[in-house]
Design a protein around this ligand. Structure first.
Ligand SMILES: Nc1ncnc2c1ncn2[C@@H]1O[C@H](COP(=O)(O)OP(=O)(O)OP(=O)(O)O)[C@@H](O)[C@H]1O
Ligand SMILES: [Mg+2]
Length: 312
């Protein structure tokens, strides 16, 4: 194992009866990274994080976090990490301040440090004005920020966040990520799972997880670069028919539907946009605004998963 990595797994595997939730996972995270674990429902994100946080034992393989083995030295790991669970539990009847005090007790944070840290974390999470409010009466976004603050009370150097922004409105999501970026700038290592493709753009590296396996692991830029061809976006009036007309055309690599838009991967955007327009016109389909665009994480992810599934 490479001692420079703060998180490292080898063939890490977890099975639940017939389901292999995590399947021979090999991952490594360097100090100070924002590492994104990206994947749809049931991909195995929570199971992975629970094993890394030393609260679930693997069936096979091993993992080291902060230099310690998750099975042999779980207590050493727990001291050094913060874990914000997907279903984190705040105490609804306790105020913001009291919740922080509660977690400070759990982690044995001394009186002196506690005051200073609480003030700083409240400021950091933009919750200073709400410190007397009961947690149950906070908005969903504020509850997430409070949960994060509670996770940080013992100043862990590695933080695991399991879908910290799911179900939060876009503005709060952005604010939450701004806070994570600040932590990143302070040198904290962040391991964040998310189903939101756009959030991957804010990570230093991303692992795309599907069906317990890592499909690809790289920087967001390089992952997007793996998508072949150029991307055209268009809005036809008959989505399904348009997709059927376009897919078999020469030079068309892949067609994805995206809301009421079609995303068409082609070998040559300039040449094929004219051909596509013609073919759609001949089929009696009207198109609004065809434009060339850059593939985002979303398209890259769909494309890579499709190739993987087709390859099997
Ligand atoms: N305790 C359990 N018992 C049985 N099956 C489980 C258990 N925990 C997870 N699974 C199964 O393992 C697979 C991976 O689940 P996991 O919760 O790790 O996925 P996830 O990526 O976190 O999904 P989500 O985005 O829905 O939180 C799923 O098929 C799930 O049903
Ligand atoms: Mg989960």
């Amino acid at each position: 194992m490479n001692t420079e990595n703060v998180i490292e797994t080898q063939m890490l595997t977890k099975r639940f009866k017939k389901v292999t939730a995590v399947d021979r996972l090999d991952l490594s995270v360097r100090p100070g990274e924002i590492f994104g674990l990206l994947g749809p429902d049931g991909a195995g994100k929570t199971t992975t994080i629970r094993m890394l946080c030393a609260i679930m034992t693997p069936d096979q393989g091993q993992a080291r976090v902060a230099g310690f083995d998750t099975v042999k030295e779980p207590e050493e790991i727990k001291k050094r990490i913060g874990y914000m669970a997907q279903q984190f539990s705040l105490y609804g009847d306790l105020t913001v301040q009291e919740n922080l005090a509660f977690f400070a007790d759990i982690f044995g944070v001394g009186r002196q440090e506690r005051q200073e840290r609480t003030a700083r974390l409240l400021e950091f999470a933009r919750l200073t004005d709400f410190q007397g409010r009961r947690a149950a009466h906070l908005s969903g976004g504020m509850q997430k920020k409070l949960a994060l603050a509670c996770t940080l009370i013992h100043q862990p150097q590695i933080i695991f966040l399991d879908e910290p922004t799911t179900g939060v409105d876009p503005v709060s999501r952005r604010e939450f990520w701004d806070i994570l970026t600040e932590l990143h700038l302070q040198g904290v290592t962040l391991f964040v799972s998310t189903p939101y493709m756009d959030e991957a753009e804010r990570c230093s590296r991303v692992a795309l997880m599907f069906d317990g396996r890592i499909v690809v692991c790289d920087t967001p830029e390089r992952i997007k670069g793996l998508v072949e061809g150029e991307l055209l976006e268009l809005r036809p009036d008959q989505l399904r028919q348009a997709s059927q007309v376009i897919a078999p055309l020469p030079g068309v690599l892949e067609v994805q539907t995206y809301g009421d838009l079609l995303h068409v991967f082609v070998d040559d955007a300039e040449r094929q946009s004219a051909a596509i327009e013609q073919a759609l016109h001949a089929a009696g389909i009207t198109v609004q605004g065809m434009r060339r665009t850059r593939p985002r994480m979303e398209e890259a992810f769909i494309s890579l998963i499709r190739k993987k599934v087709e390859g099997e």
